[in-house]
Design a binder for this molecule. Structure first.
Ligand code: ADP
Ligand code: MG
Length: 682
């Protein structure tokens, strides 16, 4: 058996199963070895019949006392029974519809049974246990891997394949970590890691194996990001002529904040440098990033090239299109809109205008990435709310330009420092840490069901003062037995019973985009008083007249998400309020929500979120645009992450191209890790 041995050569793997395995990405032994368990089942401790604790699955070693007998209860139901004994006592084993056990269990032979022991007085019973001959035990008496599965692939099937594969080939996997890094960081070998990740010798061995795999993964990722960054420094870009910001500022209806000015200056310097810009502007919600983007588009126009601005949702694309048209058309900049939901004829016209240079700034969604979208001369790519776009998507858009374009990334998601370098490792960062003047921080309250009537009164009061209100629900439609507030039903209830005299509308992700748009623009124009919504309004939506954000079932949202939602209010001159409604009484939940009430500092909230949920969640949501991680998807890896990053940086300082022979396997792995993000290393 080698790493290339195909799984369909294994006994019991016919075309059907091979196909199912392929769905999991498993074709060869090598694939199997890096297909890690998602969890483990500890079957390592073996109990006697008497000592076996009740109500949890355990292993019991015992002799089969007599041949199982099978009785047919009715059509489709048979029961097989036998008695097992050991030095401590006896138990009955019952199997439903498993007639084969009559042949499989031989009297006088010792087996290990794995199952839940039930006790009724002195009577002990095991139902449908897994069993193996003790002298040939493979899946009992040890810690068992629990693999991610798909239809037609059981865990036993996978474990039955991976056990011989690991035994024969764990040592054949190339070790991608350079030896000195392994030693410096006290990491085990690849072979040990592989063996113990699949079939751990014990909990400690599992921890050691896991640490190595997590380190390796984060290290590889860090190398990739650092590599992208260093390589970019060598590419030539376009140098935009320098234009004073004073020529642009009259287009804005306000004076820029200090932070906006700084961001504009840094961006202008990048654009004039002759190297492709790759800058992230990280500014809390409402800090005014759009104006900075507008300046970028203006500079590009002055340089005679086009700008593409990509937003993660249609709602946001529309909003940017409107804002930027207003700001920039007085300067003669022609702004266009391209989203997936445009009628085909309009799309065609926009594509033509882009290719011929009749549009200077195109705002859109992913549609900007699609085939057939060509530019006359694309010089600047702006992506808004970047965490929703991958590294690969960023570069896919950039590849639509003849010369490497400048890239500006804007994000309102404060990322804890520990993760920022990893997620934005290939970018230069500007932090906008100042809000436009006249904003009063949003006041936040946590209330229970008992205060609902008062809360409705407060909604009414805001509306009577001319303000508007968001009410966020965690679900779209009511589910069976779920007590989560659902948008459609709740909006109906509010408009019919609670606020029959107010203008209530609702929006959620499942609506057609035309409908979404018309609701959003009605809300933006003030024609709707109360907007009931899912988190589709979470990102970027700007309606300064909205002064109250009510979040139903607040316990269902993560801190960072709550922060995004709260950022939808407090954008105008009015004192704004956020009300978290939650009937959840668990102390952890209350502590979390109370913490949220106590601060509006996005970075602090992000740090707390990381602390409470672990980096697994940041990675898990897959909003960061990084390659999928297989191992690091676990809570509590923050320390390993830091260590891996430092190691990667140190290594790339000595060998920036990863060309030394000891680093070639690592470079291969970097390329493979980023593979699904497109060929960004070529
Ligand atoms: P974000 O950083 O969240 O994208 P926006 O660019 O949407 O923020 O700006 C939020 C709101 O603040 C908008 O209504 C915008 O017009 C306003 N704004 C931006 N900059 C300033 C400023 N310097 N002074 C006053 N208002 C501003
Ligand atoms: Mg924005």
């Amino acid at each position: 058996m080698t790493l290339d041995t195909r799984l369909d050569t294994f006994a019991g793997i016919g075309p059907q199963r091979a196909k199912a395995l392929k769905k999991l990405g498993l074709e060869t032994v090598g694939d199997l070895l890096v297909y890690y368990p998602r969890a483990y089942e500890d079957r390592s401790k073996i109990y006697s019949i008497q000592e076996a604790p009740a109500e949890e699955a355990v292993c019991i070693s015992a002799l089969v006392a007599q041949s199982p007998t099978t009785s047919r209860i009715r059509k489709g139901l048979s029961i097989s029974k036998c008695k097992i004994v050991d030095g401590s006592g006896a138990a009955q084993v019952t199997f439903f519809n498993q007639d084969y056990v009559r042949q499989a269990l031989t009297p006088g032979v010792s087996y290990i049974f794995y199952g839940k022991m039930e006790t009724m007085g002195r009577h002990r019973q095991l139902t449908n246990p897994i069993f193996e001959r003790e002298d040939k035990a493979r899946f009992t008496g040890r810690i068992m891997p629990v693999y991610p599965l798909t239809a037609g692939v059981s865990n036993n099937l996978l474990a039955g394949l991976s056990l011989p594969a690991v035994e024969a080939c764990a040592g054949l996997l190339p070790d991608q970590l350079p030896p000195d890094i392994r030693e410096d960081h006290h990491l085990c070998t690849q072979e040990y890691a592989c063996q113990n990740a699949h079939f751990p010798a014990g909990q400690e061995a599992l921890a050691i194996a896991r640490r190595r795999l997590v380190f390796e993964e984060l290290f590889t990722l860090s190398c990739g990001m650092a590599f992208l960054r260093s390589r970019r420094a060598e590419v030539a870009g376009r140098a935009f002529p320098i234009k004073p910001v004073e020529d642009f500022l009259p287009l804005l209806p306000f004076a820029p904040t200090g932070a906006q000015r700084r961001a504009m200056t840094e961006m202008a310097a990048d654009l004039a440098s002759g190297k492709p810009m790759n800058r992230l502007i990280q500014g809390d919600v409402g800090s005014g990033k759009t104006a900075v983007a507008a300046y970028g588009a203006w500079l590009a126009h002055e340089a005679g090239v086009q700008t593409a601005m990509m937003a993660p949702t249609e709602i946001l694309a529309h909003q940017h299109f409107e804002t930027l048209t207003k700001l920039l058309s007085p300067a003669g900049i022609r702004v266009g809109l391209l989203t997936g939901s445009l009628p085909a004829a309009e799309k065609r016209e926009v594509r033509r205008a882009l290719a011929e240079g009749d549009i200077d700034l195109i705002v859109g969604t992913h549609a900007l990435l699609s085939e057939g979208v060509e530019y006359r001369d694309l010089g600047l790519v702006i992506t808004d709310e970047q965490h929703r776009f991958g590294v690969g998507q960023r570069s896919a858009l950039a590849s639509k330009a003849a010369i490497q374009p400048h890239v500006l990334v804007m994000s309102a998601t404060p990322i804890p420092r520990t993760l920022a370098l990893l997620i934005y490792g290939d970018l230069d960062v500007t932090i906008m840490d100042e809000l436009p003047p006249g904003r009063t921080p949003v006041e936040t309250f946590l209330v229970g069901e008992d205060k609902r009537a008062r809360m409705y009164g407060f909604v009414r009061k805001q509306v009577s003062e001319g303000r508007q209100v968001y009410i966020i629900c965690p679900a779209v439609e009511e589910g069976e037995g779920s007590d989560l507030k659902a948008v459609t039903a709740f909006a109906k209830e509010l408009s019919q019973k609670v606020f029959p005299d107010l203008r209530v509308a609702f929006v959620h992700g499942k609506l057609k985009s035309k409908d979404k748009e018309s609701v959003m623009s009605a809300f933006a124009s003030g024609a709707v008083d109360v907007l009931v919504s899912t988190t589709v309004v979470e990102v970027g939506v700007d309606v300064p007249n909205a002064s109250l954000m009510v979040i139903e079932n607040a316990e269902r949202f993560g801190l960072s998400q709550l922060h995004q939602l709260r950022g939808r209010v407090g954008r105008g001159q009015w004192q704004s309020t956020c009300v978290l409604v939650s009937g959840n009484r668990s102390p952890e939940t209350r502590e979390r929500l109370k913490y949220f009430c106590s601060t509006t500092d996005g970075f602090k909230i992000a740090e707390k979120d990381l602390e409470l949920r672990g980096p697994g969640d940041f990675f898990g949501q897959r909003q960061h645009g990084l390659p999928t991680l297989k191992c690091a998807d676990l809570a509590g890896d923050t320390r390993t992450l830091k260590e891996a990053q430092e190691a990667a940086q140190a290594l790339l300082e000595t060998d920036p191209e990863l060309k030394e022979p000891a680093h070639v396997p690592l470079m291969d792995k970097v390329k493979r890790l980023f593979h699904e993000e497109g060929d960004i290393f070529n």
